[in-house]
Design a protein around this ligand. Structure first.
Ligand code: UT7
Length: 320
């Protein structure tokens, strides 16, 4: 008997209108195109204008995913938004996205796991679909990190960008769909990558702070381990993987991680050069790029992975 699984029925993404190059950034920050390119692989990032928010970008990405799935927004019975930069402290920006999509009544909530947020949201949605409490879900990653960056701190402000990516998940019996997910967190490292404000502490929004070298070191180890763990859970081998869609933080982290698994660079989707690190949006944004340009096709075995503040990290193995 085939199992009820969550399959990806459509993908979508949205980027702010304004694209900023490293050279443009170096006019306002003490940095250079050469440093940013060498250390990170980043060339461009998109920065939201005041009328562009996490919810508007998320809704735009969701609308495109629904279109790709050939589905009406009214069919959706669950919306999960992964974000660390909600429009307001509350209500959840997922409910604003629901309103922007013109639908009412279905469950809608935010998940906060920073750069791993999309993997967390995907895992929750998949569990709810398999349990039968949802059948058609929007899983969205949307961020406006430009609003929490310290633009005086060159060690962080050059690394991030704004954007959104979305998936429609649908219940289906068969072999396609999410085969396994695995999530981890370790609060011991909560001072490595954090925002120095919040409603219950300073009463302010705060700015992003990061010990970049430490995050880098942990990222490579944790990501390689969780990918291996998730491939094992899915009962597949690294050699069977068609595409890795990694969190887009740094080209050097991506290279080092896939090398540890013995995977060739040609099987890795890289968009960090175009989008920089868009936190929870980075994985669905990269996935949409590779689906739309025809690289990822139905039947392909794909691995998603991400690591972020907390620390949190996770992976998913999917038969697309
Ligand atoms: O999603 C998860 C979140 N974040 C990440 O995954 C980021 C993980 N970390 C990284 O990607 C890297 O650690 C960075 C890209 C942040 C930094 O690269 P690094 O090779 O670890 O550089 P570093 O921090 O060791 O800094 C090297 C030098 C320093 O100068 P000194 O002390 O050697 O004179 C920095 O002051 O580079 C300098 N520097 C810069 N120079 C020009 C730092 N930022 C900049 C900059 N432009 N923007």
């Amino acid at each position: 008997m085939s199992a009820r699984r969550a399959i990806i029925a459509g993908t979508g993404s949205a980027l702010p209108r304004t694209r900023v190059s490293n050279a443009e950034l170096s006019d306002r920050v003490d940095t250079s195109d050469e440093w940013i390119t060498d250390r990170t692989g980043i060339k461009f990032r998109h920065i939201a204008q005041p009328d562009e928010t996490t919810a508007t970008l998320g809704a735009a990405a969701a609308a495109k995913a629904l279109e790709a799935a050939g589905m009406d927004a009214g069919e959706i019975d669950l919306i999960i938004l992964a974000t660390a930069t909600p429009d307001n402290t509350f209500p959840a920006s997922a409910t604003k996205i629901q309103r922007l999509l013109g639908i009412r009544g279905c469950a809608a909530f935010d998940v906060a796991a920073v750069c791993s947020g999309f993997l967390y949201a995907l895992s929750v949605a998949e569990s709810m679909i398999r349990a039968g409490s949802a059948s058609k879900a929007l899983v969205i990653g949307s961020e406006t990190f430009s609003r929490i960056l310290d633009w005086e701190d060159r060690t962080t402000c050059v690394l991030f960008g704004d954007g959104a990516g979305a998936l429609v998940l649908k219940a289906e019996d068969g072999d396609r769909g999410i085969l396994a997910t695995k999530l981890h967190a370790d609060g011991e490292y909560d001072d490595m990558l954090f925002v120095d404000g919040g409603p219950s502490t300073t009463g302010t929004v705060g700015k992003l702070r990061m010990k970049g070298r430490e995050v880098f070191r942990h990222a490579v180890v944790n990501l390689a381990e969780v990918m291996t763990e998730t491939l094992n859970l899915a009962g597949v081998h690294a050699d069977d993987v068609d595409w890795v869609v990694p969190h887009q933080a740094n080209a050097r982290i991506i290279d080092a991680t896939v090398r540890k698994l013995g995977l060739p660079a040609e099987k890795v989707v890289v968009t960090v050069d175009q989008h920089a690190n868009t936190s929870a949006a980075s994985v669905p944004l990269a996935l949409d790029v590779a689906v739309k340009d025809g690289r990822i096709k139905h039947g392909d075995l794909i691995v998603l992975e991400a690591m972020g503040g907390g620390f949190t990290w996770g992976a998913a193995v999917i038969r697309f």
